[in-house]
Design a protein around this ligand. Structure first.
Ligand SMILES: Nc1nc2c(c(=O)[nH]1)N[C@H]1C(S)=C(S)[C@@H](COP(=O)(O)O)O[C@H]1N2
Ligand SMILES: [Mo]
Length: 302
């Protein structure tokens, strides 16, 4: 069976989530202890912020408009979505393009588990233990030409299987893009699973992106195509509302969304009265990614 709900998972496997969380909190404690003499409050707060959300939270609070616009719609509506067979096409400005069955596409890469913060443009956040491989490995294999300046990603278009594509919510299929250096960054992950299991449909099965320093809408789900292009792609969200959603979409507490503040975020699962936490520049990954944006006006290139 490919997609399993917690109720389908034998109890011997359910321990994996609590073991994961306990291991993280142990590491968090050690890290916080080591750093305490330097930055007491900050390290402890950062460690607490890096506790993964539960399987339940990650799989029932989703944005996946192809299956409805309510947060619980994808978990309710995507259950029957069949993700095999699944074909991936690599095309455009590349010396080594191709069309692959998902299994063949993934085969060359070894999967690793990485815990990433995930910050939605709607000012909520989670911490998610993804499983996947670096996008740069795919790019190295595809060998983009000198003309390739961006990579565009495209979600499946199939209104028979993705029911809300019959409604004019966005200009379907959902698409996104990254500049080549962003796509080549070692943090940029092609995701196939979470908590060590295959991705549930509502989280973007069978293959989605996660770019942890950018707002969640960059992390496109159920990808069928990667296209190397010379010109900056125009994403579905840019088309829908260009003054609200830019191409870069870097998490940035100093640049508010036109309709709300981006200075703080609400951690999903924290409970109704949990305090809002401060949003960090580049979602806390600035030491690894800020260099790519040196000299750019991030108010203009939002
Ligand atoms: N194809 C597609 N990808 C998508 C979306 C979508 O509606 N359709 N929503 C985006 C948004 S706004 C967010 S916050 C993340 C949510 O990912 P998650 O449900 O795994 O947390 O997916 C992104 N990728
Ligand atoms: Mo989002």
């Amino acid at each position: 069976m490919l997609i399993r709900k917690p109720s389908d998972i034998p109890s011997s496997e359910i321990t994996s989530e609590s073991a994961y969380v306990n291991r993280r909190s142990f590491l968090g404690t050690v890290a916080a202890g080591a750093a305490a003499s330097l930055v007491p409050g900050t390290a402890a707060a950062a460690a607490a912020q890096d506790q993964p959300n539960t399987w339940e939270e990650i799989t029932t609070y989703n944005n996946f408009y192809e299956f409805g616009t309510g947060k619980e719609d994808p978990s309710r509506n995507a259950g029957d979505f069949k993700v095999r067979p699944w074909t991936i096409t690599v095309e455009g400005e590349a010396h080594n393009p191709g069309t692959f069955q998902l299994e063949d596409f993934i085969k060359p890469y070894s999967l690793e588990d990485r815990v990433y913060r995930h910050r939605c443009v709607e000012a909520w956040s989670m911490v998610i233990p993804w499983r996947g491989f670096e996008l740069r490995k795919v790019i190295e294999k595809a060998q983009p030409t000198a003309n390739a300046k961006y990579v565009e990603f495209i979600t499946l278009l199939d209104p028979a299987r993705m029911p809300y594509q019959r409604r004019p919510i966005l200009d379907w299929p959902y698409n996104e893009g990254l500049r080549m250096d962003e796509a080549m960054h070692p943090l940029t992950l092609m995701v196939t699973g979470l908590y060590g299991k295959d991705l549930p449909n509502q989280n973007g099965a069978p293959l989605r992106l996660h770019v942890p320093w950018k707002y969640g809408f960059k992390s496109i789900k159920s990808i069928v195509k990667l296209r190397f292009v010379e010109k900056q792609p125009v994403s579905s969200w840019m088309k829908a509302s260009p003054n609200e959603y830019g191409f870069y979409a870097n998490v940035n507490p100093t640049v508010d969304h036109p309709r709300w503040s981006q200075k703080t975020e609400r951690r999903i699962g924290g409970g109704l009265f949990s305090p809002k936490v401060a949003t960090q520049m580049f979602n806390g990954y600035g030491d690894q990614v800020a260099k790519m944006y040196e000299g750019m006006d991030l108010r203009r290139f939002f």
